[in-house]
Design a protein around this ligand. Structure first.
Ligand SMILES: [Zn+2]
Length: 404
């Protein structure tokens, strides 16, 4: 329940999209940020929280995540989703898009039913991150760039019947974002983009070997994003620029990166940043169920996945997602020399823009939902506000996940 009490966080170091403001204060009422300021005179409030010495940042949004804390989306129950959402909130993620890997119609139906059961009730527990929608990674992707996805479940698009089971996910929640990562060069790919765009999907290219020209055609039809750049894409070639060259040149497209220290050389992150800046770069975790559990062997997606020193590997030796949280990704960027406001923006405002929800989420700005993190020097959440409800985490420190 949203209270109309006025909550004031004061004395902290506010992480704004373009700078630190310190000391500053944030006034919250009715689940909404009312004012953000460095003015000396503090406004009156019903609850005043002195957060001196802490960073105050917007809640993070993870738009590509398959599981964590032993929970895998494909097999999860509603209770599992709740456990997963609580794990994420403890790590500073306040909104996320559970992400499917290519699966058979029965598995998709199971996920849909679980979300339909859980999502309408999710706001009851402020200690849980909130599901913003669903992200389908595939199944219309290229068998030539599967990464760790199982080509057995890949599809082509000849008629609506081929994707019928993915179109009717009208979960009663506002917003409920639907996103799909696809390969536009696969049979029917461009027509599918038009069809999904009409139905309000957010569309990304990924697991693809599309040519520059096909990428342009895909963008004309509604693609706005590229998934885990440049993993699972054809490498840049000087005469065949492909998705990688197109994404670096096309100024309207956003990209996301897996900054877990394994999927990308840190100098690749520096190169991408140098070419296009960070305004259009989002961070994702691409985490799998093993995130938060430490090294070991796990059965996920019907196969054995090994985690060794924080690096995932399936039987074929391919990287199989990550075991980080977004907080780890932000910390890696800081270690690699990216200033905090910029690194946080990549985990907050940019993903909110990618999902089309930046008017409500992603920054400490008046009018936005009060998803706010109070973080220590290591970016460990001390307090989290979700929709303006205060969750105290000090007694419950986040378990260490991911290794740099
Ligand atoms: Zn993924």
């Amino acid at each position: 329940m949203r209270t109309s009490r006025r909550i004031l966080l004061y004395g902290g170091r506010l992480v704004l999209p373009d700078r630190l403001l310190e000391p500053g204060w944030v006034l919250i009422q009715g689940g909404i940020i009312q004012e953000v300021s460095a003015a000396e005179k503090l406004p009156s409030a019903d609850e005043r929280l002195d957060v001196s010495g802490y960073y105050v940042a917007p809640g993070m949004l993870d738009l590509h995540i398959h599981g964590s804390a032993g929970v895998d989306l494909l097999t999860a129950t509603a209770e599992d989703l709740h456990r997963w959402a609580r794990f994420l909130l403890r790590h500073g993620v306040t909104r996320f898009l559970p992400t499917t890997v290519p699966a058979d119609p029965t598995q998709y139906a199971h996920v849909r039913a679980t979300l339909a059961e859980y999502v309408p009730e999710q706001e009851r527990d402020p200690r849980a991150a909130s599901i913003l929608g669903v992200h389908f990674e595939g199944p219309i992707v290229s068998p030539r760039r599967p990464g760790a996805l199982n080509p057995r479940d890949f599809r082509t698009f000849r008629s609506l019947r081929d994707v019928e089971d993915l179109l009717t996910w009208d979960i009663p929640a506002r917003p409920f974002v639907r996103m799909m990562t696809l390969a536009p060069e696969v049979e029917g790919g461009l027509a599918l983009i038009e069809e999904l765009r009409r139905r309000g999907f957010r569309l990304a290219i990924g697991h693809s070997e599309a040519s520059f020209e096909i990428c342009e055609a895909a963008a004309e039809r509604g693609v706005t994003h590229v998934t885990h750049f440049p993993n699972a894409l054809a490498p840049l070639h000087h005469r065949q620029l492909g998705v990688v060259g197109w994404a670096l040149l096309e100024e309207r497209v956003t990209l996301d990166l897996i900054a877990d220290g394994h999927h990308l050389d840190r100098r690749m992150v520096a190169l991408v940043k140098k070419v296009m800046g960070t305004d259009r770069l989002a961070l994702i975790s691409d985490a799998i169920a093993a995130a938060g559990l430490g090294d070991g062997q796990y059965e996920i997606w019907g196969e054995m996945i090994r985690v060794v020193n924080g690096r995932t590997e399936n039987a074929a030796g391919a990287l199989a997602g990550s075991v980080i949280t977004l907080r780890d990704a932000v910390r890696h960027l800081l270690q690699w020399g990216v200033p905090l406001p910029e690194a946080m923006r990549m985990a907050t405002l940019v993903p909110a823009r990618v999902l089309g929800v930046a008017e409500a989420f992603g920054a400490l700005e008046p009018g936005k939902r009060a998803d706010v993190l109070v973080l220590d020097e290591q970016l460990r959440p001390h307090l989290v506000l979700r929709d303006g409800e205060i969750v105290r985490l000090s007694e419950e420190p986040p378990s260490p996940v991911g290794t740099p």
